[in-house]
Design a protein around this ligand. Structure first.
Ligand code: ME8
Length: 657
């Protein structure tokens, strides 16, 4: 453990499944973990914050095949590529200390050793697997766990699976796990305990299938070729291999294991609170101190999913609104243990109200008044008043409450406390009316104290918001020229205004107000553009499965025709009327529904292809004798049509075939 620090603290996020780019739901958990890591660092802990990517499994193998690349190339693109996982975490200011990829050699070798250890101690045995498998979730289910015959996690179809496989004796640990969940605070929030016990343990914990033979993209079971380790064993042990468990790459296990907390989304609580501790029990290893199951973010009331086209892009939002605003919105708005509904309106409203009106306004008013009345130089001295004691008392209360809430992972309540102080300071401006105090020399000393009390409130609040909005907090503290020792956890003590001097700076507006209507329209437009960009560049119609015999085909009479005249058909926005030279000496009339694609005058003189032995038909009261050939396809969702034009040297009436 380091000197002068409060102790070691190990916190993790789930490692992400790089089957597609991350959305705001993924960013939510990582931002929360980052805020907690920064909070603990601020308090003086020696923090290890682990994140990473979970890169094996059938879904990755399938997607890579679809893309025509290797699974390793596929995951490399999503993790390391432009706007990939690493880029996003950099943009979002995620201060992780270690990043693990489950394809890292040291991890793969460690997983093989771990699997073998459990095999050798008898907790993994060979059997035959018959049951249901949800491919997207990579989860095995028994019949009784299905909901309406579908995957209980994602609601999708499951498939029958039967193969020779290894099993982990999960059933053996059922009583110990139930005891752990019910009689300790291992799993939080408490509501998740009932869910686990009632849905999974009480119905009877069955042994878990922990190897697969139907695909190869995984950690091979080294003593039984053809088997790969179940992706969840591979994934869960990342929390320990990243510290050096069963490998020489790292050497932090004794300092940081057991983990202080694993933050995980609610749908993977089962893996973290049942399977994970059971495997650790099997290896006689200490259990993590806590698993915290956070809620899900929905979008406009619907689950976010790529197929619904409603995933929210954290890149786009960070670029438009700023990273800190987005981080703040996520943690301030949604209580961490519950589900939340993300809407663009809510995001913009939070920025306008909390950040622009309340926080931004307090900082800009205070620094502007300091400049106006004291040339930004707030010297020692002043004149205290009773009201100031209220600010100090509130600040002490806020710091205590904030700490309590943050220690319980209640980011929204913690931020609420910081904003109580900010709101109170804004009210203090109205109560003390500095512009009135500035009118007379007699009240100048009081004015000095008022402004310095405001600076002190802002300083305390800025420290409190540091874990969530690190850049904003720094910029505020810079505007107040707070020295390094005034920015630390121990400096969260409200100091008497008269005994402090400040030199302030007026900065740019921290959070300019956003025009809700314009911004919503711009976001809609961007969404439409993104949807269009996501469409395939070129789409062609599927080929016909029906065959035509040669004689039937030969009956079709294709001829070269020259356009003598072409005019739009009145009252029709589709039809063009062609007068054609077909080589017979008599004009041929054909109507064609291509007005959307061509102007009539650009077709005159062209040599086209017509099928001429179709029976005549009437369109809009006019006769059409044949059909012009064209090529059709779809480009970015838009229908395209090109008339077949042939060499003008080909005479009218030449037969094509
Ligand atoms: O589960 N709202 O990876 P993952 C909130 N590889 N959280 C969400 C969310 C949403 N809309 N969508 C996803 C995995 N998440 C495994 C983890 S750990 C040993 C292995 C959260 O990429 C989800 O709840 O599918 C999970 O905690 C995390 O994003 C990663 O999901």
């Amino acid at each position: 453990m380091c000197q002068n620090c409060k102790g070691n603290y190990y916190i993790t996020t789930p490692i992400y499944y790089p089957s597609a780019n991350l959305h705001i739901g993924h960013a939510y958990c990582t931002v929360a973990t980052d805020a907690m890591a920064r909070y603990k660092r601020l308090q003086g802990y020696n923090v290890k914050f682990l994140t990473g990517t979970d890169e094996h499994g059938q879904k990755i193998e399938d997607k890579a095949k679809e893309a025509g690349i290797t699974p390793q190339q596929f995951v490399d693109n999503i993790v390391l590529g432009e706007k990939g996982v690493l880029d996003l975490w950099k943009l979002m200011n995620i201060s992780y200390d270690r990043f693990i990829r489950t394809t890292d050699d040291y991890h793969v070798a460690a997983i093989q050793k771990i699997f073998k250890r459990m095999y050798e101690n008898g907790d993994i045995y060979k059997g035959s697997y018959k049951g249901k498998y949800c491919k997207p979730c990579e989860s095995f289910w028994t019949e009784s766990q299905l909901v309406d015959g579908k995957c209980p996690d994602c609601g999708r179809e499951v498939m029958d699976a039967e193969e020779e496989a290894y099993f982990f004796r999960l059933s053996k640990y059922a009583d110990r796990i139930q005891d752990l969940l019910e009689n300790t605070d291992f799993l939080e929030p408490r509501s998740r305990v009932n869910e686990m016990v009632n849905n999974f343990i009480k119905p009877g914990l069955e042994d878990l299938c922990v190897s697969r033979t139907s695909f190869t993209w995984g950690v091979p079971v080294d003593f039984d070729p053809g088997h790969v380790v179940y992706v969840w064993i591979d994934a869960l042990f990342n929390y320990m291999t990243a510290l050096g468990f069963e490998n020489d790459k790292y050497d932090d296990l004794s300092a940081f294991w057991p983990a202080d907390v694993h933050f995980v989304g609610k749908e993977i609580v089962r893996f973290h609170s049942i399977i994970w501790p059971a495997m650790l029990m099997s290896l006689d290893l200490p259990l993590p101190k806590k698993v915290y199951g956070h809620g899900w973010l929905n979008f406009n009331g619907e689950k976010m999913s790529k197929s619904r086209g409603n995933v929210v892009d954290p890149y786009l939002l960070s670029e438009r609104f700023g990273v800190d605003a987005l981080r703040f919105f996520l943690l301030r708005t949604f209580p961490f243990g519950s589900d939340g509904n993300f809407t663009n309106e809510l995001l913009i409203n939070t920025i306008n109200v909390d950040l622009a009106n309340v926080l931004g306004n307090l900082v800009s008013r205070t620094t502007a008044m300091a400049q106006k009345y004291f040339d930004s130089d707030l010297t020692l001295g002043g004149e205290a008043a009773e009201l100031d004691a209220e600010l100090k008392a509130l600040s002490d209360e806020v710091v205590a409450n904030y700490t309590r809430h943050m220690d319980a992972f209640q980011f929204s309540l913690g931020l609420n406390e910081a904003f109580r102080l900010i709101g109170r300071a804004n009210k203090y401006i109205d109560e003390t009316a500095p512009w009135v105090l500035a009118k007379s020399e007699d009240t100048k000393a009081r004015l000095l104290s008022v402004l310095k009390n405001l600076c002190e409130c802002i300083r305390i609040a800025a420290i409190l918001i540091t874990p969530v909005m690190p850049d904003t907090a720094e910029s505020i503290l810079n505007q107040l020229n707070v020295p390094a020792e005034g920015r630390v956890w121990d400096a969260l003590v409200y100091e008497s205004a008269e005994e402090k001097a400040w030199k302030t700076t007026v900065g740019a507006a921290l959070f300019p107000r956003i025009d809700m209507e314009k911004e919503l329209a711009a976001l809609e437009e961007l969404k439409a553009q993104a949807a269009k960009a996501a469409l395939p560049a070129i789409e062609i119609e599927p080929y016909s499965e029906e065959t035509v015999d040669f004689d039937t085909f030969c009956k079709s009479d294709f001829r070269a025709v020259k356009v003598k005249d072409c005019v739009p058909v009145k009252k029709s926005d589709k039809l063009l009327q062609f007068t054609l030279d077909d080589g017979t000496g008599t004009d041929r009339q054909i109507l064609s529904g291509i007005a959307k694609f061509y102007k009539p005058e650009e077709l005159i003189g062209k040599t086209l292809v017509a099928i001429v032995n179709l029976p005549p038909r009437k369109m809009m009261g006019r006769e059409s004798c044949g059909m012009l050939l064209s090529a059709v396809h779809t480009e970015k969702g838009e229908e395209k049509l090109n008339l077949i034009m042939i060499d003008d040297a080909i005479p009218a009436g030449a037969r094509l075939g």
